[in-house]
Ligand binder design. Structure first.
Ligand SMILES: *Cc1c(COP(=O)(O)O)cnc(C)c1O
Length: 825
C-alpha cells in the first residue's frame, strides 16, 4: 500500500470534554446503562474501555510499523505474567490521569472507587511472573519490538483466606465481572496435538521420514492485551492462550450418540488453561502441567511462524527476526517443537533445522534449588508428545557424540551432561535441554549466575564458557514507584525533574539531598502518610489495626522454608518471651509493626504450618494489652500485587533473609529499596548488589555467606547444638513447643519445632543469633530518626540500577541484539 492510500487510524480528543463524551458513550452504548443507574462495575468497565480507546492509536501504529519494518523482536515465553491491576497503568501510559480525574469529577464519579473495583489478573505465583510483567512494561517503554506469550488461566493464583489463622484457598474467579482489557480472537485459533504415535512414511522423492499422528487435539484461542509503554512509547502485545475443544473432536463423539462423552471431552480439553499451578519453586511433575507448557509454546510458535511473519518469509532467516526468551524451564518444550515444525512440517534436513533452532532461543534460569529444576519422566513425555521425545533423544545423541570428541577419556562427564537422566527414573532434564539449545544462559543476579556456573551447570560452563552470562533482575519504576508511591514520586520530581521515570539512574541526583534537613523532613512526612494509608487499607480490608508511629518491619514474599519466615518469627517470639519474663522492659523495646504477606502452595504442608504459627503468635501478641501500640503482628491475607503497592511504600525495614545461596535474585528487595526502606538481609541474590550500591553502613547484613553455608553443610549441620548453646533461641523454641500459642496444645506446632531441631534444611538456627544482633543494630539506628531518614534517602538515590529498563538493556546487549523502533507518529 502506498503512502497516499494508507488508511488513517482513528484518534481521540485529549481534552476533558472529549474524555467525558467517550466515557458516556461507552457507558450508554457499550454497557447499555444510563449514568444514573450505572453500578460501580458498569462505570469501571466503561472507564477501562474508554482508556483502552485512547491507547488504541498507538497500538495500531505499533502493529502497522512492525508489519512494515519486520524489525527483530523478542518473544518472551512465560507460563506466568503477574500483571497487577491494569487501569492505573493504562491511565499513566496514556497520559490521561489529569483529564480523567477532572472529567469523572464533573460527572460526580470517584476515580478511586473505580480503581478499587478492578480485580487484578493473578496469572502468576510470585517473583518469576511479576518479573515477566515488569520486563514487558520496560520493553514497551523503551520502544523495543516484543511480544509476550503465555496462558490465559481461567483461575489465577488462589485467593488466600485465613480460618482460625490457617490458610484456606478459594478459587480466583478473576473473570467473573468481565475483563475489559483483553481482545479475544477466536477466528485466529490454532490447533495443538497431543498423544498418539509417530509413523514412518516415504515422501514424494522416496525419502523415509517420520511424522506425528496426534491422538487428540485442542484449540488455542489468542487473547491479546495491550502492553502500553510510558509516555508515548510503543504499545506492544501480550498474547495469552485459552484452550477450547476442537469441533472435530467433540462432533465425532457426539455423532456416535454419546452426548455425555462429548461434553466430557470438551471439558477435558478446556481444563488445559483452567488453572494456574500454585507451586512456586517446587514443580509437582503433573501431566496437566506439561500439557499447559506444550499448549502455550506450540500455539505461540505456530502463531509466530504462520501469523506474525509474512507469508513469504524465509525461515532460514528466523534468528534475524526473533529470539525466544525462555523464562525458566517451563517453555523449554518449545525447542523440540520448533525442530518438529521445521523438519516434519517444512521438510527441512535435520542439520539445517538444528542450525536455525539453536540460534533462536535463550534461557533464563531462576533457581538454585535442585527440587525446582524441572525433570519430565520419559514415560510421561513420550506418551503425551512422542515425536518430541524422539527429537530430544536425537538432540541428546548428537550432543553426547560431540562431547565424546571433546572429552575422549571422560565418559563419566559425558553421562553427567546427558539431557536424559537415568535415575531415579529415566527423565528429561529441561534445564540441560535449554542450555544445549540456547545461545545464552543467564542467571538473575551476580551471585546466582556465579553459582550457576560453579555448581548447577558447571560442566556446561566449562564446555561453553561464553554461553553463560548474568542479567540482574529489575522492577519497573512506573508501577512500583510512580503509581504506588505518588507522594515520593512528587517529591523526587520536584527535586530532580521527571526524567527518572524512564531513566532511573537519575535518582543519583537525590544524593546531595540526603544531607538536606528540609528534604529529609518532607521525605519522612511522605513515609508517614504512606503508613497511614496502609493503616487505612489494613483496617478496611483485614480488620487489622496498626500504629503508624511504629517501625514498619515488612516481610512479604511467597512462603517458603528457604526464604526463612521462621527466622523472622523466632526473632518476634524471642522478643515476646523476654518481655513476658521481665528480662526486657516494654519501654526499652523499639515499637514495631511486624507485617507479613505470604501465600503457601496448597500442598506444601510445612509452609501452611508456618502460616498457622505466624497467625497464632500474632494473635497472642496483638491480644496482650501490655503491648498495645508498641508491638503488633499484621498478616493481611492474600498478598498480591495490589497489596504490595500499598505495603511496600509504607515500609521502614525490608526483610530479605533467605539462606545465602538459595534466593536467585529477589525483586521484592528492589521495590523496598526504591521506596526508601532499609534492608536487613543476608549476602544472597541481589542483596549483594544492593549492599554494594547503598554501602555497608546503610544495609543491615547478617548471617553465613554462601561458602560458609557450604562448609557447614559439608561438615554436617546439627541444629540442636544451637538450641543447646543459645539460651534465647532455646527459650523461644521452648515457648512455641509449650503450646503457648496454641491454647496449651503442644501437638499443633510440634512439626515446626521438631523440623527446626532435627533438620532445619535452611539453617535458621545457625543464623538466629546473627539475625537478632542485626535487629539490635536496626533498633539503634532507628532511634536516630533523622539519620535513619538520611539512609533511607540514600537507598532511593542509589537504587536506580534496579530498574527493569536496565535489565532490558542488559538482555539486549548481551543476549538479544535487538534495536528500539519507535511507533509511527
Ligand atoms: C515482587 C513480588 C514478589 C517477589 O518477591 P520476592 O521478595 O522477590 O520473593 C512476589 N509477589 C508479589 C505480589 C510481588 O509483587
Amino acid at each position: 500500500m502506498t503512502a497516499e492510500t494508507t488508511p488513517p487510524i482513528a484518534t481521540r480528543e485529549h481534552t476533558v470534554e472529549g474524555f467525558v463524551r467517550e466515557f458516556l458513550r461507552e457507558l450508554n452504548f457499550g454497557q447499555g446503562v444510563d449514568l444514573t443507574r450505572a453500578s460501580v462495575n458498569d462505570k469501571y468497565l466503561a472507564m477501562a474501555r474508554t482508556v483502552r480507546h485512547y491507547l488504541m492509536t498507538r497500538w495500531l501504529s505499533t502493529l502497522r510499523s512492525q508489519a512494515k519494518l519486520q524489525a527483530k523482536s523478542v518473544a518472551y515465553l512465560s507460563a506466568e505474567f503477574l500483571l497487577g491491576r491494569q487501569l492505573d497503568n493504562a491511565l499513566l501510559a496514556s497520559g490521561l490521569e489529569d483529564i480523567v480525574k477532572e472529567g469523572l469529577a464533573s460527572l460526580g464519579i470517584d476515580l478511586e472507587e473505580l480503581r478499587q473495583a478492578e480485580i487484578e489478573p493473578g496469572l502468576g505465583n510470585g517473583g518469576l511472573g511479576r518479573l515477566a510483567a515488569c520486563f514487558i512494561d520496560s520493553l514497551a517503554t523503551m520502544n523495543v519490538p516484543s511480544i509476550g506469550y503465555g496462558i490465559r488461566y481461567e483461575y489465577g493464583i488462589f485467593k488466600q483466606t485465613f480460618v482460625d489463622g490457617w490458610q484456606v484457598e478459594k478459587p480466583d474467579d478473576w473473570l467473573r465481572l468481565g475483563s475489559p482489557w483483553e481482545f479475544p480472537h477466536p477466528e485466529a485459533a490454532v490447533k495443538v496435538g497431543f498423544g498418539g504415535h509417530v509413523e514412518q512414511y516415504q515422501d514424494d522423492d522416496g525419502v523415509v521420514k517420520r511424522r506425528w499422528v496426534p491422538g487428540w487435539s485442542v484449540l488455542g484461542v489468542p487473547y491479546n492485551y495491550m502492553v502500553p509503554g510510558y509516555d508515548a512509547g510503543r504499545v506492544n502485545t501480550l498474547r495469552l492462550w485459552s484452550a477450547r475443544a476442537t469441533r472435530a473432536f467433540d462432533l465425532e463423539i457426539f455423532n456416535s450418540g454419546d452426548y455425555a462423552e462429548a461434553v466430557r471431552a470438551q471439558t477435558f480439553a478446556e481444563n488445559i488453561s483452567k488453572v494456574l499451578y500454585p507451586e512456586d519453586s517446587t514443580p509437582q511433575g503433573k501431566e496437566l502441567r506439561l500439557q499447559q507448557q506444550y499448549f502455550f509454546v506450540a500455539c505461540s510458535i505456530k502463531d509466530f511462524v504462520d501469523q506474525v511473519l509474512p507469508a513469504d518469509f524465509d525461515l532460514h532467516k528466523l534468528p534475524d527476526r526473533i529470539v525466544f526468551q525462555l523464562n525458566d524451564t517451563h517453555p523449554v518444550i518449545a525447542v523440540p517443537e520448533l525442530m518438529r515444525v521445521l523438519v516434519d512440517e517444512k521438510g527441512w534436513e535435520w542439520d539445517e533445522a538444528w542450525a536455525v533452532t539453536k540460534q533462536c532461543f535463550a534461557y533464563t534460569c531462576h533457581t538454585l534449588l535442585p527440587e525446582a529444576l524441572e525433570v519430565w519422566p520419559v514415560e510421561l513425555l513420550g506418551r503425551l508428545l512422542p515425536r518430541h521425545l524422539e527429537i530430544i533423544y536425537r538432540i541428546n545423541d548428537e550432543f553426547l557424540a560431540e562431547l565424546r570428541v571433546a572429552y575422549p577419556n571422560d565418559e563419566l562427564r559425558v553421562r553427567r551432561m546427558s539431557i536424559i537422566a537415568e535415575y531415579p527414573v529415566r527423565a528429561v532434564r529441561m534445564a540441560y535441554l535449554a542450555t544445549v539449545a540456547g545461545t545464552k544462559v543467564n542467571g538473575v543476579a551476580e551471585l546466582h549466575s556465579q553459582l550457576l556456573r560453579d555448581k548447577v551447570l558447571d560442566d556446561f560452563a566449562a564446555y561453553w564458557p561464553d554461553k553463560f552470562t548474568n542479567v540482574t533482575n529489575g522492577v519497573t519504576p512506573r508501577r512500583f514507584v510512580k503509581l504506588s508511591n505518588p507522594g515520593l514520586s512528587g517529591l523526587i520530581t520536584e527535586a530532580i525533574g521527571d526524567g527518572w521515570v524512564t531513566d532511573l539512574d537519575q535518582l543519583k541526583g537525590l544524593e546531595p539531598l540526603a544531607d538536606d534537613a528540609e528534604f529529609r523532613r518532607r521525605f519522612r512526612e511522605i513515609k508517614y502518610a504512606n503508613k497511614q494509608r496502609l493503616a487505612g487499607v489494613l483496617a478496611e480490608r483485614d480488620n487489622i489495626v496498626v500504629n503508624p508511629d511504629t517501625l514498619f518491619d515488612v516481610m512479604v514474599k511467597r512462603l517458603h522454608e528457604y526464604k526463612r519466615q521462621t527466622l523472622k518469627l523466632l526473632h518476634i517470639v524471642s522478643l515476646y518471651e523476654k518481655i513476658t519474663t521481665g528480662e526486657l522492659a516494654i519501654g526499652d523495646v523499639t515499637p514495631r509493626t511486624f507485617a507479613f504477606g505470604a501465600k503457601a502452595a496448597p500442598g506444601y504442608v510445612m509452609a501452611k504450618q508456618i502460616i498457622g504459627l505466624i497467625n497464632a503468635v500474632g494473635r497472642t501478641i496483638n491480644d496482650d494489652p501490655a503491648l498495645e501500640g508498641r508491638l503488633r503482628v499484621a498478616f493481611p491475607a492474600n498478598y498480591n500485587v495490589t497489596l504490595a503497592e500499598t505495603l511496600i511504600p509504607a515500609a521502614d525495614l525490608s526483610e530479605q533473609i533467605s539462606l545465602a545461596g538459595k534466593e536467585a535474585s529477589g525483586t521484592g528487595n528492589m521495590k523496598f529499596m526504591l521506596n526508601g526502606a532499609l534492608t536487613i538481609g543476608t549476602d544472597d541474590g541481589a542483596n549483594v548488589e544492593i549492599r554494594q550500591l547503598v554501602g555497608d553502613e546503610n544495609f543491615f547484613l547478617f548471617g553465613l555467606t554462601e561458602p560458609q553455608v557450604a562448609e557447614v553443610v559439608e561438615r554436617g549441620y546439627h541444629p540442636s547444638a544451637y538450641y543447646e548453646t543459645n539460651l534465647d533461641l532455646r527459650n523461644a523454641l521452648d515457648l512455641i513447643a509449650s503450646g503457648a500459642f496454641s491454647g496449651g496444645d503442644r501437638a499443633v506446632f510440634e512439626p515446626i519445632v521438631s523440623n527446626l531441631l532435627n533438620e532445619d534444611r535452611f539453617l535458621a538456627l545457625a543464623d538466629f543469633q546473627a539475625y537478632v544482633d542485626a535487629q539490635a543494630r536496626v533498633d539503634a539506628a532507628y532511634a536516630d530518626t533523622d539519620d535513619w531518614t538520611r539512609r533511607a534517602v540514600l537507598n532511593v538515590a542509589r537504587g536506580g540500577f534496579f530498574s527493569s529498563d536496565r535489565s532490558m538493556r542488559d538482555y539486549i546487549e548481551r543476549i538479544w541484539h535487538t534495536y528500539p523502533v519507535a511507533p509511527e507518529a
